[in-house]
Design a protein around this ligand. Structure first.
Ligand SMILES: [Zn+2]
Length: 132
């Protein structure tokens, strides 16, 4: 009786669901005992999030505006992979490989952008340098 009470009152802080890979879900649970990915109450919200490629459409669109055009599909892919990793439907090895490649692409674009800015500044100086 006492033990029964204890079990019922001890709301699990961790999701009760089993992931697609058979491992127990380790994500913090919501009020219904399941995490964002497994909760039935957030199922429709989750569908919307996946459809827009992210949980915050506004933030996602802001990011996309400042992103080189050719990288936009990559961002969508990464956000989808994030959801799939959370749900356990994307193999960890694949997720790790995606993260490493995304990181390499990000570093490369960062370098190229800085070089382009420096070139622009140098050109500016060469053109207007003797203005004063
Ligand atoms: Zn879960």
């Amino acid at each position: 009786m006492d033990d029964d009470d204890h079990i019922h009152n001890d709301t699990p802080a961790i999701c009760r669901a089993t992931r697609a890979d058979g491992e127990p879900c380790t994500v913090r649970a919501l009020a219904d005992g399941y995490c964002f990915a497994h909760s039935q109450t957030t199922a429709s919200k989750r569908h919307t999030a996946r459809a827009t490629g992210g949980r915050n459409k506004g933030a996602s669109q802001r990011v996309q505006r400042h992103m080189p055009h050719e990288l936009r599909p990559v961002l969508t892919l990464l956000l989808t992979a994030l959801t799939e990793t959370h749900e356990g439907t994307l193999p960890t090895q694949q997720a790790t490989a995606l993260a490493a490649l995304a990181s390499a692409i990000s570093r490369l674009y960062g370098t190229v952008e800085i070089e382009a800015r420096i070139t622009a500044i140098e050109r500016e100086i060469a053109t207007n340098g003797d203005a004063s």
